[in-house]
Ligand binder design. Structure first.
Ligand code: LRH
Ligand code: MN
Length: 423
């Protein structure tokens, strides 16, 4: 699906209006000189499992034209990247994305300007050819043979990641219990850490292990890696290549995620993110669609904390989306998520940090709030669009996606009833 010349026409039509908006914000706001280059460097990885229509136990309503294999998933992410020049990586999930020809897959991704971000293991489902079930857990399981099977799977995922050029493994464990009394929490924790140590030992020197926590689902009484504290305590026992991954939808109601991010970052144990949004549980909705102020506050802590440690914003953490689309076109939803994340980052880069510290030291609470909200209430869309324009992207990726009738083209090419592997 080539967007080339159509993208040029699309931008030509919008350039005058864009430059008016860009000139206006530059006249109104003190834009740090490196803000646009930081936005251009900030690439967000797209999850391979979110390119089809998601669903719930109550139903799944496919939109058609979904990718039928890994090659078509890479083409879809390549399309997103051609439109917004900010989605330059794909995060695979194994075995949903297993391949017998990693060299060809790597070459195809390179053609689309894509790298491979973290690879994800899966010991939360039983595969057809699997000897032992994960019904009662995987790395926590009371049966050493089940733990061994799960450890072996993670090591195979690392091997596949190495062949694709990935540099990190994400481990999310559905392990836990559904009823009081079912699990010995201490032994489950210790078995999980011992199993993770075997996986950690298989990591190449330049790799990272991301341990993703989640409060509940599919277990509904306890989750063995259930919150940031449990994940943090485990990754500290593993070593310097192990970090905690923060999925925004994995917290109990009203958790202060920006404070969790600030502390994990301070401790040097924040590995990366699964961006999405939610109102109730792990709803996996579009990033910034329900709590945009929270997304801004998280990026405010990220910019502050990463600068305090001299970290490279674009390279030193894993920036990934993890969403599921029940009623929207998956590609349109992902374009919206990338835009929302870029906007939150841009607003965080506008925060007057020295004024904020001064106000904090004077306990001027009102001034602290005004300084943050001034940045959040700044319309930064022209800045994000300028970064895209300078990278050769579309001024309005979503509009161009629709102008090109891409979904209809995909349905023509792939069919109306195709179903992508994933959730
Ligand atoms: C679990 C999770 C995890 C993935 C899965 C697809 O809820 O967030 O990151 O493995 O979704
Ligand atoms: Mn996740």
């Amino acid at each position: 699906m080539f967007v080339g010349e159509k993208l040029h026409d699309h931008n030509a039509l919008r350039l005058a209006a864009h430059e008016r908006r860009y000139t206006f914000i530059k006249s109104e706001v003190a834009i740090p000189s490196d803000l646009i280059s930081k936005l251009k460097d900030f690439q967000i990885a797209i999850p391979s499992w979110a390119l089809g229509t998601g669903g719930t136990r109550f139903g799944r309503f496919s939109g058609g034209g979904e990718p039928r294999n890994l090659e078509e998933k890479i083409a879809d992410v390549g399309l997103l990247h051609a439109l917004n020049q900010s989605s330059g990586a794909i995060s695979l999930h194994i075995p949903w994305d297993s391949t017998t020809n990693p060299a060809a897959v790597k070459a195809l991704a390179a053609q689309h300007g894509l790298a491979f971000d973290a690879v994800n293991s899966n010991t939360f489902q039983d595969q057809a050819n699997q000897a032992l079930s994960y019904k009662y857990g995987s790395l926590q399981h009371v049966d050493a043979a089940v733990r061994k099977q799960a450890v072996q799977h993670n090591i195979e995922v690392i091997q596949q990641g190495i062949e694709l050029g990935s540099k990190s493994l994400t481990v999310w464990l559905s392990d836990g219990s559904c009823f009081p009394g079912q699990l010995n929490f201490r032994k489950a924790y210790e078995r999980t850490v011992d199993s993770l140590k075997e996986i950690y030992a298989a990591l190449p020197g330049d790799w990272k292990l991301f341990l993703e926590y989640k409060a509940y689902e599919p277990n509904f009484y306890s989750t063995t890696v259930g919150d940031w504290g449990q994940s943090y305590s485990m990754v500290n026992k593993l070593g310097e290549k192990a970090f905690t991954l923060v999925d925004l939808g994995h917290h109990l109601p009203n958790a202060n995620i920006e404070q969790i991010v600030a502390l994990l970052l301070m401790e040097g144990k924040l590995g990366g993110f699964h961006f999405n949004d939610s109102k109730y549980g792990d709803d996996d909705l579009t990033a910034g669609s329900i709590k945009p102020y929270q997304l801004f506050l998280i990026f405010n802590e990220l910019v502050d904390g990463m600068d305090a440690k001299g970290m490279n914003h674009a390279k030193d953490l894993g920036w990934m989306i993890d969403a599921s689309h029940n009623v929207k076109d998956p590609l349109e939803d992902l374009l919206q998520s990338v835009e929302a994340i870029q906007m939150a980052y841009a607003q965080a880069l506008l925060v007057d940090r020295s004024a904020l510290e001064t106000a904090r030291n004077e306990n001027d609470v009102v001034a602290c709030q005004e300084i943050l909200q001034t940045a959040f209430r700044t319309d930064v869309r022209a800045l994000v669009a300028q970064a895209r324009l300078e990278l050769g992207g579309a001024l309005d990726p979503l509009a161009l996606f629709r102008e090109l009738g891409i979904r209809n083209q995909l349905i023509q090419k792939r069919g109306a009833k195709t179903q992508a592997t994933g959730l």
